[in-house]
Design a protein around this ligand. Sequence first.
Ligand code: ATP
Length: 136
Amino acid sequence: MENKLRLQIVSPYGLIFEDDVDEFAASGSEGDFGVLPGHAPFLTGLKIGMLSYKKGNETGYVFINRGFAEIVPDKAVVLADSAEKAEDIDVERAKAAMKRAEERLKKAEEIDFARAESSLERATIRTQIAEKRTMR
Ligand code: ATP
């Protein structure tokens, strides 16, 4: 489709999102990046973060829990460890995960810091994205 980009977001839990969008932006391991249709091919790692896309007047937000993005001129495939559209984020679950991670980090003994910090980061960003939902 002219001036559109097929965006597909897949996780081990299934197909999370697929649509033709005008543009999208995400948190790459080397920094934030934006993609328009016709972009030169590239491959990048993805951090825990937010992917946002525009389709007409609509802006959508998707939580991405690390992964990779492969971009070719008319298509982008995101492979994430887990991902949810803003409207699918369970805020209570994210808050509970945040609390668990914070309590583990406070104890500061015999815990896997990297794991607790990642969990806290996921929960924090899920909560922020859930507040956005889809804007039309
Ligand atoms: P939790 O500690 O609550 O399980 P987590 O960050 O460890 O969170 P993940 O391993 O990232 O969870 O994801 C496991 C599955 O649960 C995935 O399908 C993911 O999309 C889903 N998931 C995790 N947290 C949420 C949430 N707050 N809202 C909706 N789905 C979620």
